[in-house]
Design a protein around this ligand. Structure first.
Ligand code: CP
Length: 308
């Protein structure tokens, strides 16, 4: 199986075979994470820069851990402690980093297309760790891995993505990936939090939470970005919780054999009730564990292409 990309910018550009190839590779790395010694020497020749222009807990730490588990050298850059504070541009920042002989860049940025820009202007492999409202491919890959771990397939599974679809890069990457793998994707949000033209995704969309949840095998609850309330997208957090929150009662609508997912960070008591987030059918922390293995697989696949 070949992977025909130098960078991982999004799932929209991957084939179903390429996505499954990453998930298959991730399985081997997931086994390593269960060993006493979780480190392998595979990428000890590689230097990776983690370039985070936006806050992150899971993605940044997960990439750093994945890189260290593979014995790569790791350099972390965060906006708040860098010369961006003195007005340095993205282009100059990246060129200076590359002058220090970095082999690969992981980037999170608030602007759509920033990872693509770095990839095109430098020729260095880039992994998109989330760009604006566009894509968050490694989050979707770890979500896919977690779904496959439970059901062993995607064909015909009803996967409901619930919440702020309009502003969510996680939703977009999940939609592109799940569609390619044959899942039946339903997106559900209040009208104001659906994209202006939801038909562009080519999936079922609805504003009716009961029908969205009915008989779903997977529900992926998205974080309500709290600043949306100030921007007038929702009347209040209390109403959002009442009409759109995943409660214990609403969980009863799902297929009896289901999983509950959330990419984090969660607003407990807003988009998801604490007892739902912590229940046995919740795989939220499994997603985080699987994320390290999936990121190890992506790093390994792209690094191997550097040696081709
Ligand atoms: N899921 C996710 O992207 O979380 P972080 O913002 O903490 O990285």
């Amino acid at each position: 199986m070949s992977f025909n990309h130098r960078s991982l910018l999004g799932l929209r550009e991957l084939t179903d075979e390429e996505i499954l190839y990453i998930l298959d590779e991730a399985k081997a790395f997931r086994n390593i994470l269960d060993r006493d010694i979780k480190k392998v020497p595979t990428l000890r020749w590689l230097t990776v820069m983690n370039l985070f222009y936006e806050p992150s807990t899971r993605t940044r730490l997960s990439f750093e851990l994945a890189e260290k588990r593979l014995s790569a050298d790791v350099v972390n850059f965060s906006k708040s402690t860098s010369s961006i504070k003195k007005g340095e541009s993205l282009r100059d920042t990246v060129n200076n980093i590359l002058a220090m002989k970095v082999d690969m860049v992981v980037v999170r940025h608030s602007s759509v297309g920033a990872p693509d820009y770095i990839s095109r202007t430098t020729g260095v492999p880039v992994i998109n760790a989330g760009d604006g409202t566009n894509e968050h491919p490694t989050q979707a890959l770890l979500d896919l891995y977690t779904i496959r771990e439970k059901f062993d397939h995607f064909n015909g599974l009803k996967v409901t993505i619930l919440g702020d679809i309009r502003h969510s890069r996680v939703a977009r990457s999940n939609i592109w990936g799940l569609k390619k793998l044959g899942a039946n994707v339903v997106i559900c949000a209040p009208k104001t939090l659906l994209p202006p033209n939801p038909d562009v995704f080519g999936v079922e969309w609805t504003t009716e939470i009961e029908s969205a949840l009915k008989d779903a095998q997977v529900v992926n609850v998205l974080r309500l970005q709290l600043e949306r309330q100030q921007a007038g997208y929702i009347p209040s957090l209390r109403e959002y919780r009442m009409f759109w929150g995943l409660t214990g009662e609403r969980v009863k609508l799902l297929d009896p054999d289901h999983i509950i997912m959330h990419p984090g960070p969660m607003n407990r008591g807003v988009e998801i009730e604490p007892e739902v987030a912590d229940a046995d059918d919740s795989v939220i922390l499994r997603q985080v564990t699987n994320g390290v293995a999936v990121r190890m697989a992506v790093l390994y696949i792209l690094a191997r292409k550097l040696k081709d």
